[in-house]
Design a protein around this ligand. Structure first.
Ligand code: ADP
Ligand code: NA
Length: 325
């Protein structure tokens, strides 16, 4: 049974941002129930990558997950590549997935289709993601719009597998449901508020990283793009840069957008308030990050991998049995 199982994996495709914290890590820390929280390192190899950089990012992600307060006594914290059941189930699901349906995935069409150096793993990435989800019999998958299509594929593969290969003990997989999580804010890039703030952005001036120093954070917020209209108002369509600062301030300060509007008349003072609030949230994380012993982090992830394997192994065994292995 998958009652209350929650699964959330973060891909080390860049350095963790304040957006990742507010949209993913903070809710993960507050989550209750049976939680599997991990680093989807295999998903970071679907496009050209550098091994040394990947290794460094995985190390930083691991340590930051502990620094933000994820709790290994309540939550299973692990690395995808340390749990071979993920790739084991991936292959079985490749045997029910169709090349045509993968070729229709929007992210593949945008990032890979028709290019000579496109990796096979970019095409099959949604199958691995389906394995991530189905292994733990997760029922509800909180994802943003850009991942909805992939979770729908996971549903399709689960239903097809269950239909074509019934287990001796009933359905092998729980069919997951997509839920759209209520998140504090969908932050935009500080230099280009038309796009979201992302760890894979190529312009660091637009992104606040969790390991940025207070001076860097203040400078980035001071230089954030606004507009030439005087006064403070919240109109995301006409004033996206300003609305983004208000969202960032509201998500970090404990004040509402309206309270921030009421108490500020200039961009300068608003930016100061927002910078103070962001620094107050991030500085303790950075401090804990510096204090944590990397050996302890490795131990937490080793124990988490064992727990994840114990949870995943019965699903893989049932799938192998049903498919005839
Ligand atoms: P990124 O674009 O930084 O690579 P992902 O798309 O991998 O992030 O998403 C990882 C998690 O972080 C998701 O839970 C997503 O909702 C959250 N997240 C990413 N960017 C933002 C943002 N700009 N604002 C709020 N949450 C975000
Ligand atoms: Na991304």
């Amino acid at each position: 049974g998958g009652d209350g199982v929650q699964l959330s994996l973060l891909t080390p495709s860049g350095r963790l941002t304040v957006g990742n914290y507010l949209g993913a890590l903070r809710p993960m820390r507050e989550a209750t129930g049976r939680c599997f929280f991990g680093i989807s390192d295999l998903h970071a190899m679907t496009t050209t990558h550098r091994p040394d950089l990947l290794r460094a990012r995985i190390a930083e992600f691991s340590r930051l997950m502990i620094a933000v307060g994820l709790d290994p006594d309540r939550q299973v914290i692990f690395r995808q590549s340390a749990v071979p059941e993920h790739t084991g189930l991936h292959y079985l699901l490749e045997c029910v997935a169709r090349v045509g349906e993968l070729g229709r995935m929007i992210q593949y069409k945008e990032k890979g289709r028709g290019r000579p150096d496109t990796r096979m793993s970019l095409l099959s990435y949604p199958v691995l993601m389906a394995a991530d989800i189905l292994l733990y019999q997760a029922e509800k998958i909180p994802v943003g719009d850009d991942q909805t299509q992939h979770v729908e594929l996971a549903r399709d593969l689960a239903q097809r597998f269950n239909r074509d290969y019934p287990g001796s003990d009933g359905d092998v997989f729980t069919v997951p449901e997509v839920i759209n999580p209520k998140i504090a804010a969908r932050l935009k890039d500080l230099q280009d508020p038309a796009v979201k703030m992302s760890k894979s952005s190529t312009n660091p001036a637009g992104v606040i990283y969790l390991l940025d120093s207070p001076e860097t954070i203040r400078r980035k917020i001071k230089r954030a793009v606004t507009d030439s209209e005087p006064g403070i108002s919240y109109r995301p369509d006409e004033r996206p840069g300003l609305a983004n600062l208000l969202d960032l301030g509201a998500a970090t300060s404990g004040l509402t957008v309206q309270e921030l509007i009421n108490s500020h008349t200039s961009f300068g003072t608003l930016k100061n308030t927002v910078a103070d609030a962001v620094i107050a949230i991030i500085e303790p994380i950075r401090t804990r990050y510096a204090e944590i012993d990397p050996a302890e982090v490795r131990m937490i992830f080793a124990r988490g991998a064992e727990q994840a394997r114990a949870a995943a192994a019965p699903t893989l065994a049932a799938a192998r049995d049903a498919i005839g292995l």
